[in-house]
Write a protein that binds this ligand. Structure first.
Ligand code: ZN
Length: 286
């Protein structure tokens, strides 16, 4: 990825991703002294993508648990090879917005959460963009849905609908966290792809479902967030405390009180194994 960075911003992002989660830092906020990892929170970072996907899955699962009739919907269209990915995304999201404005939809579906899935043709010729939604709906007429979705798109378009299963929340969360999941990008393709997706909406909520608000939205967790006071890497605090630095010793004592399981002294070494029983060979003559 480094090799293909072209602009100062690319270099800055690559450097942050390289250093992502490589150290535990001691910080101080209103709750006192605590430990944190130096996440880079970049969309291209595999480490952060996994963490966001786990968080998003939990948020989705908690919300879907309140649905009366959890339903899983997948909407596809024929890929438009002539359109850049950004335009394809804009087209399908606009079509989905139009679908939801129809009276039949509004009578059948109370609300839900949607996310885009982007995949790539095995021959790398073009991208496929789908919409997955988990929604609360007792019944939607499949015939109507397919006919309506095809009309809006003006071309053959697919609709798949079924009762939601438990694993679907995880599936949705995965695509919420990992913008690039399922796309096999060559290292030199990553930057153009990331630029293509800058400021593109890839998920959302509709109907009665509240927005993926602050704290619940994995991508927005840092936007209105007051960063804590950074003290030093944990290794530094421990080293200083060993040297007898009073402030470092005090901070370390607070950390030990907060995370006792992290600072447990080494357990006693295991006892020596009992001596092996001597079994005399069968042909031993005494
Ligand atoms: Zn990261």
């Amino acid at each position: 990825m480094w090799w293909y960075a072209q602009t100062p911003r690319h270099h800055w992002v690559a450097e942050r991703i390289e250093r992502c989660s490589d150290a535990l830092w001691v910080v101080r906020d209103e709750s006192g002294v605590r430990l944190t990892s130096n996440h880079c929170n970049n969309r291209q970072c595999p480490e952060c993508a996994n963490r966001r996907a786990r968080q998003a899955s939990k948020v989705v699962a908690a919300r879907v648990a309140r649905y009366k009739w959890p339903t899983f919907l997948t909407l596809t269209t024929t890929p438009r090879r002539d359109l850049p990915l950004r335009e394809q995304i804009r087209t399908i999201v606009t079509a989905f917005n139009r679908l939801r404005r129809h009276a039949v939809w509004q009578q059948s579906v109370s609300g839900g959460i949607w996310v885009l899935e982007i995949t790539r043709h095995p021959h790398r010729t073009h991208y496929h963009v789908h919409i997955h939604a988990l929604m609360d709906s007792k019944f939607v007429d499949w015939e109507w849905l397919r006919e309506r979705w095809t009309t809006i798109n003006g071309q053959p378009s697919g609709v798949h609908i079924r009762r939601a299963q438990e694993r679907d929340s995880k599936y949705l969360g995965k695509y919420m966290g990992k913008g690039f999941a399922g796309i096999s990008l060559e290292p030199w393709e990553e930057w153009p792809f990331a630029e293509e997706l800058i400021s593109v909406r890839t998920r959302g909520t509709f109907g009665t479902e509240p927005g993926l608000c602050h704290g619940a939205d994995p991508d927005e967790e840092q936007t209105e967030y007051m960063p804590p006071e950074v003290i030093a890497p944990l290794s530094e605090v421990i080293a200083r405390a060993r040297d007898g630095n009073v402030a470092a010793t005090e901070i370390l004592a607070q950390l030990i009180a907060r995370y006792p399981w992290m600072f447990r002294p080494d357990p006693d070494p295991p006892p020596d194994p009992p001596p092996a029983k001597l079994i005399p060979p069968a042909d031993l003559v005494v």
